[in-house]
Ligand binder design. Structure first.
Ligand code: TXA
Ligand code: MG
Length: 341
């Protein structure tokens, strides 16, 4: 199959919507990451998403809508969902709610809940609206790879597997949406993202963050969100995260880098402010703060692979605000190899 990479405009979005209506897959930009979309109500089309990604069938998909009313046939919303939608939709927030029968079980991997999100990106919004159906879309990477934040990333992973990718430029947030479960008495963040626990708590009063956000699942432990049990974002390089005071972390990273530099291709993920601490060593600048790091992390992981890097030494970011989302992705990319300095 030839994959067309097309700049998103009125005409290409109309073509993409026509593909979705006929059960095909389309790559499209959202404000978080690029998604791999198909008609959520077409079981065959949804199966093709799993095949194109190489995604395990037990990992459910997010269903994307363009207006609140479109959620009503799909699930049973509650008061918390209404309040969060009011505050954060359209935007980078996914809500888990009890599903209705119309949602095929392939979408939810057999769960009795469904993940719903209303993206704010104008291209995503137009595509859903013109397709005339809810769009099931995971991130547009091959399973296990970093999520795509540029159309070219999606092309790397999906060339030859899908008919079309809409190029809408770089994604704003850079990490996937916050996933919050609203199926129990208290809202639980299953995956941190651009809508932070602090922001959710400001609306709902009480919010929990699932333990597994910052630690690996134990042997045999049930995953609150199936996505958490799969290997994620891993670069080809061995990656290690260092936590502690910036100066201490830098001197430890420099020592380990120098010990390995003769035999390994090493790279340091650093905040802009700390670059000078690494002298002439190879660094990737992840920007001045956690928002910048969220925007940069997946591209940096992909670039490390492209450059043949075999060892990544990474600084840490404080686990508050969007820093929690950054650290959740980094800890997984590092396979939880985290060193306290
Ligand atoms: O920002 C995003 O959310 C992007 C864009 C394309 O919208 N999509 C995305 O989808 O990241 P994906 O499939 O890569 O991640 C969906 C996450 C997975 O961790 C999955 O396990 C979880 O949501 N999820 C989906 N349905 C669920 C459900 N019913 N209960 C618990 N977790 C669920
Ligand atoms: Mg994903």
């Amino acid at each position: 199959m030839i994959t067309r990479l097309v700049k998103a405009d009125e005409r290409s979005v109309a073509e993409a919507a026509a593909l979705i209506r006929t059960g095909e897959l389309v790559g499209f930009p959202t404000e978080t990451v690029y998604g791999l979309g198909a008609n959520a109500l077409n079981e065959q089309a949804v199966r093709a998403i799993f095949a194109a990604k190489g995604r395990p069938a037990d990992n459910p998909l997010i269903v994307h809508i363009a207006a609140w009313e479109e959620l009503l046939p799909l699930c049973h919303p509650n008061k918390a969902a209404e309040r969060l939608a009011e505050a954060f939709w359209p935007g980078p927030l996914t809500m888990i709610l009890p599903k209705k029968d119309i949602v095929p079980t392939v979408v939810t991997a057999g769960l009795d809940s469904v993940a719903i999100r209303m993206p704010s990106h104008p291209v995503a919004h137009a595509l859903i609206q013109e397709s005339g159906c809810p769009i099931a879309a995971p991130s547009g990477n091959r399973s296990g790879r970093p999520s795509p934040t540029l159309a070219s990333h999606m092309m790397e992973d999906m060339d030859g597997r899908i008919p079309m990718i809409l190029d809408g430029g770089a994604c704003d947030v850079g990490v996937e949406s916050t996933v919050v479960s609203l199926t129990g008495p208290v809202a639980v963040v299953l995956r941190p993202g651009g809508i932070t626990p602090e922001m959710l708590a400001a609306v709902l009063g009480e919010v929990h963050v699932a333990d597994s956000v910052m630690r690996p699942l134990k042997e045999g432990e049930a995953a609150p969100s199936p996505g958490m049990k799969h290997k994620h974002y891993a670069p080809k390089a061995h990656m290690t995260l260092y936590e502690g005071r910036a100066e201490d972390v830098a001197s430890r990273i420099c020592a380990e880098y120098d010990a390995l530099a003769a035999t390994e291709k090493c790279l340091i993920f650093s905040a802009s402010d700390h670059l000078a601490l690494y002298g002439a060593r190879q660094t990737a600048d992840l920007g001045p703060d956690a928002w910048a790091a969220a925007h940069a992390i997946f591209a940096a992981l992909r670039q490390a692979d492209t450059d043949g890097v075999t060892r990544v030494f990474s600084e840490s970011w404080p686990e508050n605000g969007v820093g929690l989302a950054v650290m959740n992705r980094m800890a997984r990319a590092a396979g939880f190899d985290i060193i306290q300095v």
